[in-house]
Write a protein that binds this ligand. Structure first.
Ligand code: MTE
Ligand code: MO
Length: 537
């Protein structure tokens, strides 16, 4: 027989109720994940991206230059804790009010409703927010059920270990369910589409393929160019090929927008005579160009790995903006994106750019900006805006997202030669090599010193990658914004020695020797490494 249990017995004040509220918070977070996976409807997404937006510049800089990817993980963890705390607070509130009114309906109905309202307010996705409500609700409902027959005589066990354990077990159960659903949710997002992950969405932790089921998937005829790149590649040691197998990934927010080509559009706004807008099919119907373009992040370390190259397929930007007849006083533009990212830079740079729909012969993967991203040759990665939605012509210059945080990353890249590969040749020499890049200035030569910079010798360079094909006037013979590889073989001295490498760009300018960190305008200096001949295999 079920006896009536006063609510204060079901949820006695104290750690037991706190545990229930916290467990409901965790289950709410997982329920939200269960409903949508790692997509913008996940409650963590708006919280994490707001955190990044409001984080002071120095903290962001520290996170990027010192913590690296760990910085972003910490931000995600912080966002998760905030969400759990918020849900727990709401659930706790309904428990408290219920206790006052002696009504179990207040927590049983109020907790999920409160969690739903909060989630919907944060994500603007009322239906998907039901996941969070159900997650939190399950914990409260099970707690309520499990206690309907209990009496805590004399309330000797107010914070009861049992209810803490029960609450945690429930949360764990809900977590497992939420996680499984979330994984399924993430993968069904790709069910109707092409597998675009083949272009190796390496750095993207949630590298989900795009949703292309609702538009015809474009194809890109790029086999010849990819084959030419493979043929030219130096392949030894830890050397990444000329077309990157793992393309680095940098986004200020760790939840990428979910691409939907059918709903995508780009508008050209601001100081223009005529606002125009393009949808995915408008771009698809145009003739494509296919161009090797290298990207490098201003926040990387000097010999880092946030520099990569791909063959991009898409349409030139110049004709698209011409249709709007821009009349900007500053000759500057702001690009805006679906993740609320924005970057400002000179119109002149934009006019040489392209809007890419494809990467290495496949539709662009989600993490790299699907369905459409901007590529601005010769400039730091940050103005290569992913998930682009708007080109706004400005009246006067404004800071972009990173510039507001103190970075200067809208200009041309610095010249660099990296040292990533070392091996022993059959005849006992040491062979060293790496990539070298100077944006559209190109690389004229790379020199290597094996005595710490006393004497220099010229390295061998890969043949430059083929120039753009498709919708290009006067197709150039060579890619004008792609990296090259260098290699250098030498008879090693017996002792450890310092190998130093430096590049000269196409204008004849030597890579600056003076060392600086990434902040605020990119790392400079010559890469140098002490080589112990005994350890080179
Ligand atoms: N919408 C959007 N575009 C973005 C970013 C971003 O956070 N949001 N990050 C920029 C930065 S800092 C870099 S270095 C490049 C990296 O491109 P990738 O992730 O495809 O390598 O994207 C740029 N475009
Ligand atoms: Mo970047």
């Amino acid at each position: 027989m079920t006896e009536y249990t006063p609510l204060s017995d079901r949820y006695p004040p104290g750690p037991g109720s706190v545990a229930v509220a916290l467990a409901a918070g965790v289950a709410g977070l997982l329920g939200s994940f269960g409903a949508v996976g790692f997509a913008p409807g996940f409650v963590l997404a708006p919280v994490e991206s707001t955190l990044s937006q409001v984080m002071p510049g120095f903290a962001i800089t520290f996170a990027i230059t010192v913590l690296g990817d760990l910085g972003q993980q910490l931000n995600v963890a912080l966002a998760g804790s905030i969400v759990v705390a918020l849900y727990a607070l709401l659930v706790g509130l309904t428990i408290g009010i219920g206790r006052e009114l002696d009504s179990r309906l207040v927590p049983v109905l109020g907790a999920p409703v409160a969690v739903w309202v909060a989630t919907a307010a944060l994500t603007s996705r009322p239906v998907a927010s039901l996941g969070a409500a159900v997650g939190a609700g399950i914990v409260v409902w099970l707690t309520d059920l499990s206690r309907s027959g209990e009496r805590f005589v004399g309330r000797r066990d107010p914070g009861g270990r049992r209810r803490v354990v029960a609450a945690l077990a429930t949360a764990l159960g809900a977590s497992a369910v939420g996680y499984t659903l979330g994984r399924q949710g993430s993968s069904t997002a790709s069910a109707g589409g092409e597998d675009v992950s083949g272009s190796d969405d390496g750095g993207d932790p949630m590298g989900d393929p795009a949703v292309y089921s609702n538009v015809e998937t474009p194809t890109f005829d790029v086999d010849d160019q990819l084959a030419a790149a493979e043929e030219r590649t130096y392949d030894f040691g830890e050397m990444d090929p000329l077309v990157s197998e793992q393309f680095f990934n940098v986004s200020y927010s760790s939840v990428s927008p979910t691409p939907d080509a059918a709903e995508w559009s780009l508008s050209v706004t601001g100081e223009v005579d005529q606002e125009v807008s393009y949808d995915y099919d408008d771009l698809r119907e145009r003739e494509f160009e296919h161009r090797f373009i290298t990207l490098r992040c201003v926040g990387e370390s000097l010999n880092g790995h946030k520099m990569d190259n791909a063959l991009w397929s898409g349409v030139p930007i110049a004709p698209l903006i011409e249709e709007a007849s821009p009349s900007s006083d500053c000759d500057c533009v702001m690009l805006r994106a679906a993740d609320d990212y924005y970057e400002e830079f000179p119109l002149e740079a934009l006019e040489t750019g392209m809007l890419a729909l494809g990467m290495n012969g496949r539709p662009i993967p989600r993490g790299h900006g699907a369905p459409v991203r901007a590529l601005i040759p010769g400039h730091w990665g940050e103005i290569n805006v992913k998930w682009i939605t708007e080109i706004e012509f400005l009246e006067r210059e404004q800071d972009g997202y990173w510039e507001q945080k103190g970075w200067h990353g809208t200009g041309p890249v610095e010249t660099v030669a990296k040292l990533h590969a070392k091996t022993r040749t059959e005849d006992g020499q040491i062979l060293v090599g790496g990539h070298t890049y100077a944006g559209i200035r190109g690389i004229e030569r790379v020199e290597v010193s094996i005595d710490g910079g006393e004497t220099w010798d010229e390295a061998e360079l890969t043949e430059r990658l083929p120039g753009a094909t498709g919708a290009v006037e006067d197709p150039p013979e060579h890619a004008n914004d792609a990296w090259r590889q260098w290699r250098y073989a030498y008879d090693p001295p017996e002792e450890s020695h310092d190998v130093v490498v430096r590049a000269t760009d196409g204008t004849g300018e030597l890579q600056p020797e003076e060392e600086s960190g990434a902040y605020p305008s990119g790392p400079t200096g010559w890469v140098s490494e002490t080589v112990d001949p005994g350890s080179v295999q």
